[in-house]
Design a protein around this ligand. Structure first.
Ligand SMILES: Cc1cc2nc3c(=O)[nH]c(=O)nc-3n(C[C@H](O)[C@H](O)[C@H](O)COP(=O)(O)OP(=O)(O)OC[C@H]3O[C@@H](n4cnc5c(N)ncnc54)[C@H](O)[C@@H]3O)c2cc1C
Ligand code: SF4
Length: 328
């Protein structure tokens, strides 16, 4: 048994300061990922700082019209929130497509964003894994890699990011608010998660001791026409093979605004900026949606077991945008 200390800080500054002093400490929220990783010996913090009661646990209106989601808001509460469901439906749909009812009751917004990859080798401490033990090698490159990345991978790691919620937030132009030893910062969500490069052990740009306090959604009206579609091996309780979050505004048959993000494709939620650029000002039809998807996917580098992800992503992008264009 590996002993560790459990600390409940009185406030956010206290939690941040405790982590700043303890290089091997970790924040604990719902614990649905961190505790699993501790049981397997993948993560070995010596201090757990419970932050579940510290950050905002509600969804609040922002003065300029958007919404602020507290880091402690449970996934189930967020999915059911009326304003989220009507103004940002892709986010509610993404949350409901993830995990199970019981897990969503416990899992938090902050913890969901920072959950770690589901690469099986990362969880198996008997196999080499550069993310778990830097420099040890990547078992997935030549191993079972059906679930792995086809975009933005490196020779050091081909893992995918697992969060459905983060993919929706990416398409919704969210900002992540963080408090750390150096103060506060506001991070566009596309900058929060990293590609693996030669440091696959780092999932995000956050420094040790930085606490996510909330996530802001912008007041863009067309985001109410958004959707999340997830393809997985079982109808529930499975991570995405490929997922798409999209938002679309069409005027007189022409694409005015579009946001597309992909899950299950890369080490981070993948913003499909090339496809978005290709679509702006063009007629909203299936041929253009498919052509834009192809532009985004032309840099894909499938592994032995996951070439299917490229046509699958193309089809899911096309279908999702078509549905959004027909619903308005
Ligand atoms: C069987 C199973 C199936 C699942 N299926 C899905 C799925 O289909 N889709 C999906 O998206 N997810 C799925 N999940 C993952 C689940 O969504 C995450 O485990 C959960 O969202 C993590 O939230 P948490 O609050 O429990 O985080 P924790 O486990 O407490 O923490 C996770 C990480 O975040 C850090 N952390 C937590 N809060 C903060 C904060 N405020 N600031 C900074 N760091 C913080 C912790 O230190 C830790 O590193 C599944 C999980 C399980 C066990
Ligand atoms: S893909 Fe990444 S997480 Fe999986 S074995 Fe390779 S280095 Fe580890």
């Amino acid at each position: 048994m590996r002993p560790y200390a459990y600390v409940r800080a009185g406030d956010i500054d206290g939690a941040v300061a405790t982590l700043a002093e303890a290089p091997n400490a970790a924040f604990l929220a719902g614990g649905t990922n961190l505790v699993d990783l501790m049981k397997l010996g993948v993560e070995t913090p010596d201090v757990l700082v419970d932050v579940r009661r510290l950050t905002l646990d509600r969804v609040e209106d922002l003065e300029e019209g958007g919404l602020r989601i507290g880091a402690a808001v449970p996934n189930s509460v967020l999915a059911a929130d009326r304003k989220i469901r009507t103004r940002y439906p892709a986010l509610s749909q993404a949350l409901l497509a993830g995990a199970s009812g019981q897990l969503r009751n416990v899992a938090t917004t902050g913890g969901n964003l920072l959950q770690r990859t589901r690469c099986v080798y990362f969880y198996d401490t008997t196999t080499p894994c550069n993310k778990r033990v830097p420099g040890s090698g990547c078992s997935a490159k030549e191993g079972h890699n059906k679930n792995h990345a086809v975009l933005g991978a490196s020779e050091h790691c081909v893992a995918t990011h697992p969060s459905d919620m983060a993919v929706a937030m990416m398409a919704l132009d969210a900002f992540v608010n963080v408090r750390g030893p150096e103060g506060e910062r506001r991070i566009p969500i596309e900058e929060l998660h990293r590609l693996p490069g030669d440091e696959p052990q780092r999932d995000t740009i956050l420094e040790h001791g930085e606490l996510i306090t909330s996530v802001d959604l912008p007041p863009l009206v067309f985001l109410s026409n958004s959707k999340y579609r997830k393809v997985r091996e079982r109808a529930s309780y499975a991570f995405a093979l490929v997922s798409v979050a999209a938002a679309l505004e069409v005027e007189d048959g022409v694409v005015r605004e579009v946001r597309i993000a992909l899950g299950g494709m890369a080490h981070k939620p993948w913003r499909a900026t090339k496809a978005e650029e290709a679509l702006k000002g063009e007629p909203a039809n299936a041929a253009n949606f498919r052509a834009a998807a192809d532009i985004e996917l032309e840099d894909a580098e499938p592994l032995r077991d996951n070439a299917f992800k490229v046509p699958l992503a193309r089809n899911v992008i096309t279908r999702t945008l078509l549905e959004l264009s027909e619903e308005r």
